[in-house]
Ligand binder design. Sequence first.
Ligand code: AMP
Length: 368
Amino acid sequence: MIKLHDKNFKPYLKEEQILAAIDKMAKEIAADYKDETPLFVGVLNGAFMFVADFLKAYQHPCEVSFVRLSSYQGLTSTGIVETLLDVPEEIEGKSVIILEDVVDTGRTLKQLVHLFSNTNVKEFKIGTLFYKSDVYNGEYTIDYVGLEIPDHFIVGYGLDYNELGRNLREVYQLNQTDMINLVLFGKPGAGKGTQAGFLKEKYNLKHISTGDVFRYNIKNGTELGNLAKSYIDKGDLVPDEVTIDMLKAEVEKNPDAAGFIFDGFPRTAAQAEALDNFLESKDMKVNATIALEAEDDILVERLLERGKSSGRSDDQDESKIRNRFDEYNEKTAPLKAYYEEQGKFHSVNGIGDIDEITKRLSKVIDSL
Ligand code: AMP
């Protein structure tokens, strides 16, 4: 394990594995280009080590140049891509092969393709040492791939975390065992959102409320919002496929989170299983599910009170509220057994002062 800035990283790919992947790429590209003189364009800073080793493996006529873009700040892709070093001169009529260290969302690629779109090259190909196929948007064909990897945050062999780690000979991945991932469980009105607000500050966690994400989408009139609206208005659950995909996207937006609070998710057995499988694919897990318990009559009172100020249509009508409880009893309550079986279920009294309830929840979290 190594530490860069505030985060721990564990060994992931050995030097031999990386070099073998590069060798394979060099052979594939040579098969296509050994009779010409292609121009390899490395993407700085991350690809410098890869390009050096690639050229040692590619012993045929070729030219080399670099471009430099900047898109990462810390661990999250900011979406802002700046050109710092432009397309080489005199590339007209040449076969250009881009050499990227890693392709993930594809945002940087878009900028690269744009950079070369005004040039008169003979051919334009894309090669990447690491390829995160799970998150790639698929906009352009990737012609040559060294290694397909899951969506782990990686450093080393040219790749950095806030500029540290580029000189490591091997590739390391962010150690997710330091993470705390919590599921807040409980009926509508139990106080999940309120408590999540306090816990996220205290434990530096990212709060994902599927209800909030739906409401945000409804407010902005997105396709997802329009789809969810009819279900939410009636107090029914939104279909699993829609909710699961949305949840995954929210998690993927936050690769640097120290952990997550899932509020209002999972609500069905299919969602619970999907969450476990999804987290496992990212080397993460649910650490605890904490239920906030309160009686129905108190909850109805709370929700009707909230409905007066929140404007939520599903909080203003007792029959819709009761329907949400029915949905909970039928589809969500059985998850208690699912998490109990995994030894992860904890129950907390949700009645009392807000402060007092936060303390009860913290006691559970501190004992994990
Ligand atoms: P909430 O804010 O958590 O009470 O959610 C409000 C409404 O959004 C629910 O009544 C459902 O219609 C919908 N919703 C939120 N989370 C989910 C979920 N995990 N699965 C299905 N529907 C959900």
